[in-house]
Design a protein around this ligand. Sequence first.
Ligand code: ADP
Ligand code: ASP
Ligand code: MG
Length: 411
Amino acid sequence: MALIVQKYGGTSVGTIERIKAVADRIIASREKGNQLVVVLSAMSGETNRLIGLASEITDRPSAREMDVLVSTGEQVTIALLSMALMSKGVPAKSYTGTQIKMLTDDAHSKARILDIQCEQMKQDLAEGTVIVVAGFQGVDEKGNITTLGRGGSDTTAVAMAAALKADECQIYTDVDGVYTTDPRVEPKARKLDRITFEEMLEMASLGSKVLQIRSVEFAGKYNVPLRVLSSFEEGEGVGTLITTEDNEMEQAVISGIAFNRDEAQLTISGVPDKPGVASDILGSITEANIEIDMIVQNVGDDGTTDFTFTVHRNDYKAALESLTKTGDVLGARKVYGSDSIVKLSLVGVGMRSHAGIASTMFAALAKEGINILMISTSEIKISVVVDEKYLELGVRTLHSAFGLETDGNLK
Ligand code: ADP
Ligand code: ASP
Ligand code: MG
């Protein structure tokens, strides 16, 4: 008998029909003798709808009340799925984050899980009950409802799997696995049978929202066998296994392409090139609680320097305001930016042992007339910032340049 944690995302529970289909899938797995813990998201669109309601009242809602509000979506689906299971004769019990004692810190809207009480769940499982848990939500020490950040149900599922020492954590979604890139942008994207935790973490961090970043971190840390599968596919697929690196894995040079539409770029030019300037500029941005992603500094031959960096698009206006103030103080020549840029990234552990990846990437983009605005590299990724109008063309160009529709090796 295996203990399986299954998570179903928003589209998988988006209608009553889909919820009934999920119930059938759970029953099929249970009939094979598996014990099941099921984690659910809200119906697709529901969390956005709730956020929209709040914005009709205020643009600065209390973080505590926001979590009370957005956590309601999951309470609906867990009750409905439990009813669907029971109506088919299968014992089921739903639990909210508070009921399951999913203890988190008190960082509303981005809380971290600290502890999960397993006794009650173990008892239910021993009695043959299917446990249905609300994803995305927890409770802090003082009993306040918290949430784990958008896409957080993935993390709930992995955390449950780690706490219960489950045999596998299965993430059911609307694609049948992790692809070389988002199949919505490149229809020639290829499904990967396996991907390492390290690469998946990089893909997620660089914008592939198929899994929440923290869920991959958690799975890697606690070695939770993690699989991404489709809830729309007939029968039992194999999906993509996220795993530690092993020698059996045929290692492609490039595993995938991620992109991020959520960034904006800012530049301050013509500031004095002397110690402390970087800290003045970037410090004022971080003081405004804005996270900086990529940073590039150019030194001019007139003793001045330019800084360009990226921030989340939601922070663009605030960052531009803060940078303009700093520019006035430092006597900058110009402060400007753009919120119509995207970041494209190539990811692959094979990069460590292969030269020439960057030059192939830049040449492929140049051939299509795509201008590169910024570049950043690390051991297993290369990212470029380009105008957002080049997103699709850029992704497809790189996908083909690196042979990703076949094997991810240089042509
Ligand atoms: P859920 O609601 O089930 O959590 P998400 O929308 O969060 O689903 O994640 C699934 C989506 O992730 C897919 O529909 C796909 O468009 C997108 N996606 C982005 N990058 C990838 C990738 N590399 N492989 C597969 N899907 C991807
Ligand atoms: N419902 C939440 C969201 O839309 C959590 C999740 O779906 O994972 O972000
Ligand atoms: Mg998701």
